[in-house]
Every structure is written in structure tokens, then in C-alpha cells.
Ligand binder design. Sequence first.
Ligand code: ATP
Ligand code: MG
Length: 573
Amino acid sequence: MLVDEETQKIVKIIALKNSVEHGGKAQIDAVMSKLLGSRPDLRKTVKEVMPDIRSIVAYVNSLSPDAQRSLLAELSPGEVAKKQPAASEPALPPLKDAVQGKVITRFPPEPNGYPHIGHAKAVIIDEEYARMYGGKLILRFDDTNPAKEELEYYEAIQEGLDWLGVKPDIIKNTSDDIEQLHSYGKKLVEADGAYVCTCSQERMRDLRAKGLPCECRADHATAMDRIKKFFDGSYQQNQAIIRFKGDMADQNTAMRDPALFRIIEGEHPKLGKKVRVWPTYDFAAPVEDSLDGVTHAMRTKEYELRNELYFEILHRLGLRRPEMIEFSRLEFEGVPVSKRKIRPLIDSGTIESWDDPRLPTLKSFKRRGFVPAAIRKFVLSLGITLAETKPPFEALEAFNRKIIDPISPRLFFVRNPVSIRIDGAKEASLVLKNHPTDAALGTRQVSVGDEIFIAGDDAASLRVGDEVRLIEYCNIRIVGTNKDAISAVLAGDEIKQSMKKIQWVAKNDIVEYRILIPKELYIGEEYNTNSLEIANGFAETFASKLKPDTSVQFVRFGFCRIDGANAAIMTHR
Ligand code: ATP
Ligand code: MG
């Protein structure tokens, strides 16, 4: 062998790693690119050492997968430990009092908007636990406010979950159980655990702040008379509500006689105008969880103070208690997830649609080129901690990059293009690899002559005398720079470490191309008016032939998802 022992060992390790990661067969291209990346000194002698490398790779590929793993462990013990899937994917902690086959979890979204990354966190955790214990996941549309809910959103949530690959075992609506909920409400009043209050909203708020009761709560006979009227249509919206009989002076303000039912006129997406009396979340959640057989109810931490109420309602109604588990809300810096912050932007037309790439909706993540597997990995990497820190968006990007990098063709896009005339360059037809290591992604043909375009930023940095590498083409030396035209001459083919390596497009092979770059939607509490950057330039014509939804990497620009003819959206760098 020409290569020394140390190099042989390195090649063996790279080949073994590549093989273990790719189903037992190392690929020569992948091994070469890894090797030259870590040992640039070998570039000069590539031709000579190639046969050695081929024979090492062939040797590795002749071993059984088990033999490959044990040889890798012997040569590089650290590598094997690193590659154990269990170690890189933290499992969720066990659930308290969980019985195999009996765990039931539920995801209860309100169909009042499009599902977002926060919902993904909740539903993925719910689903993972159901699967961990061979149990069931319920998707329960929490639809008890006809003023806010619409059919469109039931569908959007369902679609979002489908995309995530979440498969609920049971799908239902809280509104399916409206009669039962009504009868539990009446029962609670009969048992003196709740009463009908006819005070104005201002008065209720005022007394609640002062910790004082109103007259309505005192007299049970009045409550019994009013409860009939509450259900028979005698009251109008806002004239009366049913309140929990808690303690108006409780330290926990959630226990200061919160509303359990209110009258809402309006067309319910499932029940039309048939029903006017609607439970609040505080009442519907515990009763539904209990009736649905939920064993482990999970929700975000901001409901913590409401847990006492949740369990007290179940206690007064003699209903079974689920375990309650809290986790932190998922938010990113600069990207609020709450519908409260997003809806006004949509309603005012500032943002056109729910799939705008700046939004944290699942529709937007899909449109940007994030893949569901990355979202799941990211969510599981967060675990169910209560810490309120916002994870960096880059963490999600890193999971996504790892998945799309091996399958995204590498293409050229030049932003704010500047022309270069290359003196002496002949018409040529180049065959470019679509991926540096995966030959399965194919090649493309580019015909190039003596004029190319490079990105404006690159052009601005060039000086007369500079030698640059046009990636996968040739070297040029700059002989003249003008504001918007540069001239150059051919400068050989040897790739030097010191050379700047830039992407380019051939004049004969360009399309005008536009890439949307989503930025932070909010800066502090203010909407960021520069939240959507637009990069205009030229791409290779090959890019315009790709179908929408394809992920590509525009070299030295970033990963993008094709979004239509001659347009893409930046996924991340
Ligand atoms: P929004 O602020 O968007 O209205 P919400 O909590 O009112 O959020 P729901 O549709 O009621 O939205 O939420 C359904 C479930 O998703 C709840 O269990 C809730 O705890 C969970 N959830 C909502 N937002 C997040 C988030 N940002 N992070 C984690 N879980 C969330
Ligand atoms: Mg809500």
C-alpha cells in the first residue's frame, strides 16, 4: 500500500462509520469526501492513493454488519457509543402509576385557529406516552365556544396532525357530550357546589379582586330556581353565568368562583343553534377527561393554578381523577406561537395566510421545508421539563438539516448577479453532480460559455489578481473589475486550500429566481416590518424544473424548499 498505516486506519474508520450508518455498505464517494475533508494534504496525491482506498472500502464492505460494528468499536471505541440511537434520542420519563395497555392520553385543541409548533409539542408527547404503554391517544376537539370556532379549523388541525404522522386512536368533540355536560352542571348546582350569578361582568371582576362574595351565591333556593331558567332560555347572553362555589378570598384566585357555564348565542360549527349553554374550559376539561377514561392528562404549565379547581370539580361530582402532568409551553425567541399574537396579523392583512413562512404554524413549517421527523426529534429532545426557557430555533434547524442534507440536491443560485467574462473559455457542456456523496441524486448538464454570473456579494470582494475556484468548474484569475462587469482569465484546475470557492451560473442556463427568507416576526413586542426578506437573482434552469415541495441546497446560500415556478423559500442555512 502507498498510504501509511495511520492513514489506512483513518480510511478504515471512515468507511466503517459510513457503512454502519448506511445499512452495511460504505460508499466510496462518501468516504473520499470525508477523508479529503479531514486530510486536505491527500488531495495532491488523490490519483495515486485511490486504489488503496478502494481496496479498504471493498474489504469493509465484505464484512458482515456485526463484524463491521465490532471492528469499528475496536478501532474507534468513542464512535460506537456516540452512534447508539438510544443515547441520542432521550426517552420521556416514565409516567406515574402507568399500567401497560391501560394508558389513555388526550390532545384537546380548540378549533379556533391553525395548529402551531406548540400544539405539535403537546400532541407528540401525548402520542409518545400512549405508544410507550401500548395505550390510546384521543384527539378531542375542545369546541365549546361557538363565537370562536369554525369547521375550517377542525380540518386544519386534523391535517396538521396527519402531516406530523400523529394517529389518534379516537377522535371526538367535547360538543358531542354537551347533554352530559349540562346534566353534570345541573347536578353540581343541586349539590350546592355551584350557583347562577346574575351580576354584571364589572361587578364580578371587582368583587373577585376584592375577595368578596355577591348575593347570588348565598341562597340555594334561588340557585335552584335560576338553574331552570338558565337552561330554558329565560336569560340572554351575559345576563347570567353558572359559577363554581369556591372561596372568594382564596389565595389561589382560580378558586374565586370561576365561571363554569355561559350563554353564547351563535352558530356552532357542529351543533348549529341548537345549544346556547356552553361549558367553560375549566368545567369541560376535567369532566371530559374523566368520562373519556383519560389516565394521564397533560397540559402546559400556565394551567398550574387551575389544577386545584380541576380536581375539586371531579371530587364534587364523584368522578374519577386522572393524573395531571405539566410541561412548559414551547415558544421561540421572536416567533410568538399564541393565536392571540398571530390572529391580529392575519385579521389586519399584515400577513396574508396561515402558511406564511414567518409563522410558527405547522402549515408554515411544511411550506418552508421542515420535515415532521425533525419536529418530533426536536420535541423529544426537549423532554417534558417545566423550564420556561425558549429553546433556540437553531436547535430545530439542526435536526431538520441532518435529515434533509443527504437528500437535497446541491444547486447554484446567485443573488444580485454580476457578470464575469472569462477570456478564452470555450463552449462546454458540463455534467455536475447533484449531490457530493449520493450518486442516486443524479447529475445535471450545464452548457457554459465565456460568460457566467456570480453573486453580488462575491463580486464585491474580488480584486484584480485574485484566483477563485468556480465550484465544480474551473479556476479563474480576475483581470479587471468594473462596477457591474468583471473580466477574468482561465487559471487551471488545481484546487488550492487558499482559494475562495464560489458558486456561479452560466449565462446560457439561467432563470430569474426569487427566494423568500423568513426572519423573526416580532422584535420584542413589535411586529418586525422587515420580517420577510426577498432575495432576487439567477438560478440554474434545472431549479425551475423541480416540483414544488422539493428540498434543495443552494450552495453557499442555504437549504430551500421549492415553492412554485422560479420561487423558493429558505428553510434554514
Ligand atoms: P393558543 O395560545 O394558541 O390559543 P391554546 O393553549 O389556547 O393556545 P389550545 O388549542 O387550547 O391552544 O391547545 C391545545 C393543547 O395544546 C393544550 O393542551 C395546550 O396546553 C397545548 N399547547 C398550546 N400551545 C402550546 C405551546 N406553545 N407549547 C406546548 N403546548 C401547547
Ligand atoms: Mg385555547
